[in-house]
Design a protein. Structure first.
Length: 169
């Protein structure tokens, strides 16, 4: 059986419900964490500083990232939840999550190297993600799930339960 475009429907995406659930999971997580970061941009800036990937001078660069990134996460989260520009939002979230997951893994690993008496499984750090101190391994597992969800949303053909019909997004 095929749809009106002559393409066979995806059997893993029965009626669009799996894609909707993934949109709600990834979008809801990004929306929540972005919202949490807007409440304390100074703390988020300190979280960004610990990774050492942005120069501290001029301070406007790191301040700008600390102010704008949470709103980007909120916009992407809303986009995914309602289904507008889903593939674009999913692509941005995929690469953003991939980048930050590598940074969190590096932060956890460096902490373990500095404190070899502490098991990597027991390390709790504030990664600056907006959720406070949490277990690094659990954070990495959540991020891997979010990356997989973002990838699903990039490639899923379903536009069911979206705010408007697909228009190449």
């Amino acid at each position: 059986m095929s749809d009106s475009a002559g393409v066979s429907p995806d059997p893993t995406n029965r009626g669009g419900l799996p894609t909707l659930l993934v949109r709600l999971f990834v979008g809801g997580t990004l929306l929540y964490l972005g919202w949490k970061k807007t409440g304390d941009p100074h703390a988020f800036m300190k979280g960004i500083e610990q990774y050492g990937v942005l120069p501290l001078e001029p301070p406007q660069l790191i301040n700008g990232v600390a102010v704008l990134l949470p709103f980007l996460e909120i916009a992407i989260g809303l986009s995914l939840i309602v289904g507008l520009l889903r593939r674009g939002g999913a692509t941005i979230s995929f690469f953003m999550l991939l980048f930050f997951t590598v940074l969190v893994a590096r932060l956890g690993w460096n902490y373990h190297l500095d404190h070899p008496e502490i098991s990597i499984w027991a390390i709790e750090l504030d990664c600056g993600c907006g959720s406070g101190a949490e277990n690094v391994v659990k954070k990495l597992l959540l991020n891997v799930a979010l990356i997989a969800g973002s990838f699903w949303l990039m490639v899923s053909p379903s536009h069911r339960y979206a705010l408007r019909p697909p228009c190449g997004t």
